[in-house]
Write a new protein. Structure first.
Length: 125
């Protein structure tokens, strides 16, 4: 049988338990997710639009797409994996305790890989 670590005082000293903190966090998550989607979509449109143009024009779209990926990494990597996991003790859920962190990893990983791909991509022209 697994030992429950829920509510252990040695783990709870850094937990944020204020009722308003969840609402502030949700507002920040919504803002950053919206910013990630808008900037990445704008970047993709610019990259597609400038496929046959000089690389400098294409790179402007790439910068916007990278900003979108960074915002998504901030939400899922920092927000859900670090803040929710450490300060809100999301990993102490009684049912499926790693659901928040694993779900965040599934969203963060493609964004991190996209960011790396955009960083290493260079135009030979």
């Amino acid at each position: 049988m697994r030992k429950q670590l829920i509510g252990v005082p040695g783990l709870m000293w850094r937990a944020i338990t204020e009722p308003w903190a969840g609402m502030v966090g949700l507002a920040l998550i919504t803002l950053l997710e919206s910013l990630a989607g808008i900037t990445a979509a704008f970047g993709i449109v610019l990259m597609v639009k400038h496929l046959s143009h000089p690389y400098a024009a294409f790179a402007k779209g790439k910068a916007w797409a990278m900003l979108g990926a960074l915002c998504a990494i901030a939400v899922w990597g920092l927000g859900f994996m670090v803040v929710a996991g450490d300060w809100f003790m999301a990993w102490q859920a009684r049912d499926n305790p790693l659901a928040v962190q694993l779900g965040a990893l599934l969203y963060m990983l493609p964004n991190a890989l996209t960011l790396m791909l955009l960083m290493v991509q260079r135009d030979a022209r």
